[in-house]
Design a protein around this ligand. Sequence first.
Ligand code: ADP
Length: 254
Amino acid sequence: MTYSNGVAALLPTTLSFVGGEFVVLLGPSGAGKSTLLRCLNGLVKPTAGKIVSVEHGDICQKASLRAHRRRTGMVFQQHHLIGRQSVLSNVLMGRLGYCSSLGSLMPWATSDKHLALRVLDRVGLLDRALQRADQLSGGQQQRVGIARALVQEPTLLLADEPVASLDPATAERLLGLLRDICKSDGLTAVISLHQVEFAKQFADRIVGLHGGQVVFDGAPTALTQTEVQQIYATTSPRPERIADAHVPPATVTQ
Ligand code: ADP
């Protein structure tokens, strides 16, 4: 994946994510974690190669992308909530992918509201449903972000540094909650983190990126200090510009 300014954010990458797997992406800033996540939900289109969903096919095709996005929940570091709206309204935004453009102007269906209340209950915020989102703590706001992703009834959950702005205890609780929900619903999760210890604690599999390349892919028990040093090495193997790279097309396979 090369951005229009010539930065090769991901070099040739072949990855398969198995259904129900809880995968953590590790890597220093600029390693390509966000780019990989953005590729996986079609927010950016890889400049070479393709992304194939077992459920929906090649997501570079418009119809497949729409179907894939509807079932792909995304959790962001900064929550991206509408602060002056209620917690419930924010969660319901996750249903927009199921509405036609005209339907999105209509009041929410009772079934959508019931579903939103059920997911709020799962993240422990049912009693806050009618409160303004900006009145919640950072950890609670992130739980609203998770509820908004879950109300999509996703099969794939992507999270870009979901605990980066939380204190360690809140971050641990939130990751525990996320993992429990993914496991009980059989969701596939791909989550970028900065904390190696959390990756070891929660992941089924760790993918280590460095300079746009996969430098580790394995079980948490296989991640030794040597591999951690390789992931966080200060020298970057990434050529700054694709013109310098001389590489074959990138492929990311889901
Ligand atoms: P990470 O999430 O691991 O911090 P990113 O995927 O954000 O890494 O960035 C990988 C590389 O791509 C970096 O060199 C970054 O500067 C570059 N990059 C990220 N987003 C853009 C963009 N929208 N336009 C140009 N370059 C970008």
